[in-house]
Design a protein around this ligand. Structure first.
Ligand SMILES: [Zn+2]
Length: 265
């Protein structure tokens, strides 16, 4: 059977892909990357993102308000999110989270925005796609209080202990291009030590590219490089890792529920 991969985090809706999105998708399909999750980051981009996912087979929308763009979001955007969840049924709420790495982002506002979106995810019974930098302990304590049905902590680079706590809360952990860099020794050790049922693959394109395309725009076409790196790090067969990480992604995101036609009622 041919390999089937899920890129669980790719900003394919961004204008940087406008010129060659069609050929990228062709290459993806040819390389086994049949499913791509496209998370939203701000209200202004949701309509376009939904349209793209309705037009192209294998693209799955998540909608959310990203913490890094906290200054662009308003109270009205939260209302708009609640409404669009009921009319369009994305597969997840995301990309949402906490970024304590960037120092001048207001942490209280980030947390309030996150909690409001987690409450919506709980009410709508949707998984969430989390962006977490330098804030895993805070995130975990919030997730223990506001229980959602799980999701993905994307670009994970916390500790093994934190990974176990995410797993307990129904979360998978996203790994991508950083695995292909030998200097990412801490991250590689983590990807080796984790139980396979916790791992999903992602490119985070156009950011965070793979070593084979260092300095270039990242692309979902490169997901097989992330898979190959994971196989090498764990010393496990590529086919087995493809099958298991794809099953993990499908389980946590329930991709089969996305119905662009039926969702528009
Ligand atoms: Zn992202």
């Amino acid at each position: 059977m041919p390999m089937e991969l899920v890129d669980t985090h790719c900003h394919l809706d961004l204008p940087v892909f406008d010129a060659d999105r069609t050929s990228i998708l062709e290459n993806c399909r040819a390389g086994g990357v049949n499913s791509i999750v496209v998370p939203g980051v701000e209200a202004g981009g949701w309509e376009r993102l939904l349209e793209l996912c309705a037009e192209e087979q294998g693209l799955y929308p998540a909608l959310g308000l990203h913490p890094v763009y906290i200054e662009r979001h308003s109270e009205a955007d939260l209302g708009a999110l609640e409404l669009i969840l009921s009319t369009h049924r994305p597969i997840a709420i995301g990309e949402i989270g906490l970024d304590f790495y960037i120092r001048d982002l207001d942490r209280r506002r980030q947390q309030a925005l996150l909690e409001a979106q987690l409450e919506m995810a709980r009410a709508a019974d949707l998984p969430v796609i989390l962006h977490v930098r330098k804030a895993h302990d805070r995130m975990l304590s919030i997730l223990k209080r506001v229980r959602v049905r799980g999701g993905i902590a994307h670009a994970f680079n916390g500790s093994l202990q934190q990974a176990a706590e995410y797993a307990e809360l129904g979360f998978k952990l996203g790994f991508g291009g950083m695995l292909t860099f030998e200097r990412s020794s801490r991250l590689r050790a983590l990807a080796k030590a984790l139980p396979l049922e916790s791992i999903v693959l992602e490119t985070d394109a156009p950011d965070m590219t793979v070593v084979q395309h260092r300095g270039e725009r990242n692309s979902p076409e490169y997901l097989p490089y992330c898979l190959a790196a994971l196989a090498e790090i764990r010393n496990e067969p590529v086919e087995e890792l493809a099958r298991r990480t794809t099953a993990n992604a499908r389980e946590v995101l329930r991709l089969e529920r996305w119905n662009p036609v039926g969702g528009r009622n």
